[in-house]
Design a protein around this ligand. Sequence first.
Ligand code: C5P
Length: 397
Amino acid sequence: MLADKRILLIIGGGIAAFKALDLIRRLRERGANVTPVLTKAGGEFVTPLSVSALAGEKIYQDLFDLTAEAEMGHIELSRAADLIVVAPATADLLAKMAAGLANDLASTLLLATDKRVLAAPSMNVRMWDHPATQRNLAQLTADGVLFVGPGEGDMACGEYGPGRLAEPLDIVVAIDAALADGPLKDKHVLVTSGPTHEPIDPVRYIANRSSGAQGTAIARALAALGADVTFVTGPADVPPPMGVSAVKVQTAAQMLDAVMAAPQADAAIFAAAVADWHVANAGDNKIKKGGNGLPTLAFAENPDILATVAQMEAGRPDLVIGFAAETDDVIANATAKRKRKGCDWIVANDVSPSTGIMGGSENDVTLIMEDGSEDWPRMSKDAVAARLAAKLAEVLS
Ligand code: C5P
């Protein structure tokens, strides 16, 4: 599984950095190529010479190393890898990753990459338990970063508890799992997400309360199963997940263009809360108050992106899934909507304010198919996404 894979290994500055040397050896034994990156602090614990000698490759240390930039830019370096592994991932490195800082080579590579990142944390137990570190871990998990460890035990600092770097062989197993081909390998799935913004004039727009959380979770869950995901998102509250091709749009018309321009998809999930109308007489300049009384907005219908794709004569994805956010007669309305739009499945949910679903972290859905429906219990949007992705994988593979 590891043969001929390229691992970009970032070695942070912790007492456990010496274990990274063993990790390099284990990875190379299994046929992997290791491109080592040593942080400044990491260089206080292991020498660049021993790292590059074991890796059999040039070591990268400095963001402003002009020779390296001429040979291979930092963007390319971060993308040439199949997987980025951070070991040891110190509290400082995790904080930089969570905040999106890019002030040295390691953090810049981590911000610039389009590949999955596996972090093996290692730090003093109090630093691990600190609310700041736990907050960063939660953020990074939500961003799709994978973790192995830390283990529990005696620490170099004399304390006991969680914080020990996972053993190199455990990290190898986690690397293997991260690189494993999921059931959706070689499948292309298109996902729309978020609200759309329909301009009234250059400074004002009409929007809705969609956070984009459910669509983002779905894209992340599909990528975790190995799918190539094109993620077309309106202006959402949450950033696109890692490991997907994200296309950011504002309006329904732009969303339709992006969907039509996407590569042929095996499945498409339309989780976006697309505005039904746009302002037909949107101003080219900011509409001024006073003078001519109150402005009158004229509305025109937006294209129905889901229906357009579901009813395509040629190139229709094998599985087209829509969402039905309803406030009354949820199942009846959603069942009718599935037929009317021509999609295969529809995920129905009640978005009445009392449910707390719109903008919240949980969802309560019924999956409506041609030959029946499944009522899922209320669960987190991440869990809904995982279940939907698994069900889609059953049908496609
Ligand atoms: O008709 P309604 O907006 O309730 O339909 C919801 C479903 O249709 C969602 O899957 C949504 O993403 C999709 N839709 C769309 N384009 C529109 C309106 C809705 O793709 N203009």
